[in-house]
Design a protein around this ligand. Structure first.
Ligand SMILES: Nc1nc2c(c(=O)[nH]1)N[C@H]1C(S)=C(S)[C@@H](COP(=O)(O)OP(=O)(O)OC[C@H]3O[C@@H](n4cnc5c(=O)[nH]c(N)nc54)[C@H](O)[C@@H]3O)O[C@H]1N2
Ligand SMILES: Nc1nc2c(c(=O)[nH]1)N[C@H]1C(S)=C(S)[C@@H](COP(=O)(O)OP(=O)(O)OC[C@H]3O[C@@H](n4cnc5c(=O)[nH]c(N)nc54)[C@H](O)[C@@H]3O)O[C@H]1N2
Ligand code: SF4
Ligand SMILES: [Mo]
Length: 706
């Protein structure tokens, strides 16, 4: 059948790229093709392997299509894949909404509204789907507030401490770079649209350096892979500063004009000689010297720091220290120089208008509700008092699989006195613990508007097809539920169109004039309107001040962090779970519980096509041959990997991806893992030094033959 229309949507998965996706619809209203929009300057008409197969996900026979209720007498806990519905019975949306309204009201009356905990993250990063009507609903209810720390707050707070705003070198400018460092950034796996731009720069002579303990596909393709010991980036960055300052390679003009605390930083960096830094990082001193000198003398130099380096115990400081490097050498002055962690701070959504925090004052609490850190979910469900959590409302997330210290999380979710609702596209590990499951739409089935954390375009994502079955969007769900609960405020009647208009309402000058209509007229996408570009000059985010920090300068020294009892200067503290500490006597291997290249965190792990692409790594433990031999482990052996928190069975592989002392496994669904747990059984709830983030990559383990 000939296509009847093509609709502009945006991939809403939690990925820096926010690809423009064109969906072809046939006469029956069915989507027949998804393809990248070739006119998008960054995403350039191609989709990653995960989303190129997106129709497999949308039309999967396993889609959750109807509201369901747990059958009486069926205990909460893991269900075999494909058999989940046997534990549930189908109900109507009416009944689901009534049941939820009644239960939530009762729990609120008996235990206080803060005993209700929403749990959501970035199943969709669409502005409405990520946080709008849902926030209004939970605020009005007086539910606990969720601190959404699970991914990026350590690095985000680091960037704010140094520069005051989450901006970075424009992705498109990487093509002008001559020295590109991918620092804790798996570009090929997690940010693939930067890759062709890096390749373009390399054709013009740029060098690519990858700093990562793991030999990623990115590292394999690089000019130089530096396999750093996990958790030691602070030391490496200070060692580079040591060399740069010792040899006078800093940019004195930029430093004098734009920075705060240089003298103190210089004194601190003097302590970090390449020899000392080498002992911590495992990088030869000569390589530290070379890296520092090449970085400081090749112009333009850019760092793609991604969130990998901030997932350890000193992750806030790691991101903060690396972020200072471009200021030290004045890299921000050059087209193609600088650093990118996230571009999200450029999109000035009117969050207050779409989330309405003042609704908390209209709740029975009459005040702002307590804040619960999502990275401590296990603790929240089993140990928190005043009041204890009695209802858990999950959407946009699969905490049974992705939250750290899984044994405690699952113990909490298994509580029969906990009322759990899960709004999902599939029967995830979390849905197995639900009292009520609700079917959610995919980005093809609802409208949204989206920025990005890896480029500077705002995009409209139009609804391409009708919702499958009785699936409904996040906005619809929380609007309906609010009405069931009798919340009279008119904001609960807002449509997606109203919400989009409100999100754009503040009209920050970079977004001024952007509306749903202008976006559609422009083919679905508009570039942010940077002042310099209006004058024909490139957008160089931190070329000059004033900066949005307390001093108005780039802060090498932070009084703000000092006032919180933290070191105002960067300094290296080895993670408690690392080879440098006592605990390593018992658990001598550093474990990287990684993301899968072919899944998106736990998303896609249940789809056969994606499983085939990922098969070479699924439930594998990657280990150095010497570490394996020392434990009498042969290639392909079933091993047990364990620490105080739990034990997993995996298959050992020596593929040269890791240095001695470091092992790696990948995220999967629990119910698809032997033994019923994934790598997060081994991770801890310890938080990062600042930013309240999780510390997945600071995990010590031991391995033995099973
Ligand atoms: N294919 C795919 N793409 C994804 C995702 C996915 O799951 N799969 N997830 C998405 C999400 S939610 C995010 S936040 C982004 C994240 O994208 P990235 O920030 O790239 O995330 P990670 O894969 O966690 O970490 C990047 C690299 O850091 C390395 N690393 C670990 N510890 C250290 C360390 O101590 N020092 C250094 N220098 N490197 C270290 C890891 O080995 C890894 O290769 O990717 C997004 N894109
Ligand atoms: N060991 C280890 N653990 C990790 C990480 C790691 O690298 N290693 N990475 C961490 C990071 S960076 C992150 S960001 C988190 C991610 O953790 P989560 O945000 O929980 O991410 P996903 O596992 O992708 O689960 C998202 C779920 O949302 C659902 N969903 C998608 N769209 C919608 C929608 O519109 N509405 C609703 N209601 N649901 C929707 C999807 O079906 C999916 O099941 O995981 C963290 N956990
Ligand atoms: S997951 Fe990332 S790379 Fe893949 S289509 Fe979505 S935005 Fe693009
Ligand atoms: Mo993330």
């Amino acid at each position: 059948m000939p296509p009847v229309k093509t609709v502009h949507t945006v991939c809403s998965h939690d990925c820096p790229d926010s690809c423009a996706v064109l969906v072809t619809i046939d006469e029956t209203g069915r989507a027949t093709r998804v393809q990248g929009d070739p006119s998008h300057p960054v995403t350039q008409g191609f989709l990653c392997g995960k989303v190129a197969k997106y129709l497999d996900r949308v039309y999967s026979p396993d889609r959750l299509l109807y509201p369901m209720r747990r059958r009486v007498g069926v205990a909460k806990g893991p269900l075999p894949q494909g058999k989940e519905t046997e534990a549930f019975e189908r109900i109507s949306w009416n009944e689901a909404l009534d049941t939820m309204a009644t239960r939530l009201q009762k729990i609120s009356d008996e235990h206080g509204p803060e005993s209700i905990l929403p749990y959501s993250y970035a199943g969709t990063i669409g502005t409405l789907g990520y946080g709008s009507m849902d926030r209004r609903f939970f605020h009005r209810l007086g539910a606990s507030q969720l601190d959404r720390t699970i991914c990026s707050t350590a690095g985000g707070d680091a960037l704010l401490a140094v520069y005051g705003r989450k901006l970075g070198t424009d992705t498109e400018h990487f093509r002008h770079s001559r020295y590109i460092i991918a620092w804790g950034a798996n570009v090929h796996g997690n940010n693939v649209h930067l890759w062709p731009i890096i390749e373009e720069a390399r054709r013009l002579g740029a060098k690519l350096i990858v700093i990562d303990p793991y030999k990623t596909r990115t590292a394999k393709a690089a000019d130089w892979h530096i396999a750093i010991n996990p958790g030691t980036d602070v030391a490496l960055a200070l060692g580079m500063m040591h060399v740069i300052l010792r040899d006078g390679l800093e940019d004195a003009d930029y430093i004098t004009g734009n920075t705060h605390g240089f003298a103190e930083l210089k004194q601190r960096a003097a302590e970090y000689t390449p020899t000392r830094v080498s002992a911590w990082t495992g990088i030869p001193a000569a390589d530290i010297e070379r890296l520092a000198r090449e970085y400081a003398t090749t112009t333009p130099a850019v760092i793609r720091m991604n969130y990998g380096i901030q997932r350890g115990e000193n992750g806030g400081t790691a991101a903060r220290t690396v972020a200072m490097l471009p200021a030290l050498i004045g890299a921000w002055k050059h087209l193609g120089g600088g650093l990118q962690l996230s571009t999200s701070g450029a999109f000035a959504w009117d969050k207050a208008a779409i989330e309405r925090p003042e609704l908390m004052l209209a709740s029975p609490l009459k005040r702002h509700a307590r804040i619960v850190n999502m990275s401590e979910l296990g603790h929240a469900l089993t140990e928190l008092n005043g009041p204890p959590v009695k209802a858990l409302f999950v959407y946009n997330s699969n905490p049974a699989a992705i939250a750290p210290d899984q044994a405690q999380v699952l113990r909490g979710m298994a509580r029969e006195d906990l009322f759990t609702v899960v709004h999902e596209q599939f029967f995830t590990d979390t849905a197995d613990y639900a009292d009520i499951v609700l079917p959610a739409t995919t980005f093809l089935e609802h409208k949204d508007i989206q920025g990005a954390y890896g480029h500077y375009y705002v995009q409209i994502s139009n609804q391409a097809i009708e919702p499958l079955g009785e699936s409904r969007s996040n906005v619809w769900l929380f609007s309906q539920l609010a009405q069931r609960m009798g919340f009279a405020e008119s904001c609960f009647l807002d449509t997606p169109e109203n919400l989009i208009a409100q999100a754009l309402g503040k009209q920050d000058k970079w977004m001024a004039g952007v509306t749903e209509e202008t976006l559609n007229a422009a083919g679905g996408r508009q570039r942010l309107q940077f002042d310099s570009e209006k004058n024909g000059q490139p957008f160089l985010p931190f070329v000059e001040g004033p900066f949005a920090t307390p001093s108005g300068k780039v802060e090498f020294y932070s009084e703000t962090l000092g006032a919180k009892g933290l070191d105002p200067l960067p300094g290296f503290v080895p993670p408690a779970e690392s080879r440098h500490t006592e605990k390593a006597k018992f658990y001598p291997l550093e474990f990287l519980p990684r993301k899968a290249d072919n899944y998106m965190n736990s998303t896609f792990a249940n789809l056969p096509g994606h499983q085939r692409m990922e098969a070479a790594f699924t439930n594998h433990l990657e280990i150095h041959a010497d570490d394996a031999m020392a434990r009498s482990i042969a290639e392909g052996d079933t091993i047990e990997i364990f620490n105080d928190r739990g034990s997993l069975r995996m298959t050992a592989h020596f593929n040269g991806s890791l240095p001695r002392g470091v092992v790696a496994g990948r995220l999967n669904w629990n119910k698809l893992s032997p033994g019923g747990n994934n790598v997060n059984l081994l991770t801890s709830q310890r938080l990062t030094d600042f930013g309240g983030g999780p510390t997945f990559y600071s995990t010590l383990v031991e391995v033995r033959k099973a």
